[in-house]
Write a protein that binds this ligand. Sequence first.
Ligand code: G3D
Ligand code: MG
Length: 203
Amino acid sequence: MAQRKRALLKVIVLGDSGVGKTSLINQFAQHKFSEQYKVTIGADFLTKEVIVDGRQVTMQIWDTAGLERFQSLGVAFYRGSDACILVYDVTANKTFENLESWKDEFLFQGSPTDPENFPFIVLGNKSDLEDQRTVPTKRAEGWCQSKGNLLFYETSAKDNSNVEEAFMEIARIALRREPQEDPEVKDTVDVDTKQTDDKKCNC
Ligand code: G3D
Ligand code: MG
């Protein structure tokens, strides 16, 4: 049997500033850090090689480089994503309430071909801070169900709780979808010059 191509998954991580996106990514990817595109498009990504359903997969996980507070990450950041991780902080209601606009922003900017079935996963982070919790698990579960049964985990980047499970699950779901294009072609990042200029103003 012919060997299947190595897959590349572009995964982007969204959510309010301070919810723990960078901590989650660092916890999962263990210091494999690349600053290659930082200057160009104001975003960082790390890569992590994983085995999903017996297949070698490169996960390219995009962080926002702190630009999320400006909400102007631009199409180059979103474009070509295979999965989207939406993060809130279980101790901060507002970050949970903002998930809806992060999801909408993703769908608007990323324009995935099949938005109804796009692989989203919702992470309620900082689950180690149980005594400070303000977002009940049931409330988040209800929201995820109302949005078409989005995958949901409560995580702690600090305690390394559910982090691996969540990232591997989103990789699994993303990989099971029919690829929209040859994944090897997506190795290059298509930079939208206008967006880059716009972002420079914010910096
Ligand atoms: P961001 O990338 O979404 O902006 P960061 O968030 O990863 O920078 O994390 C913001 C702060 O939350 C950091 O604290 C970080 O240590 C903390 N944090 C991240 N994840 C967790 C977690 O699971 N549990 C707890 N208790 N704290 C977490 P500082 O103090 O550096 O601002
Ligand atoms: Mg960050």
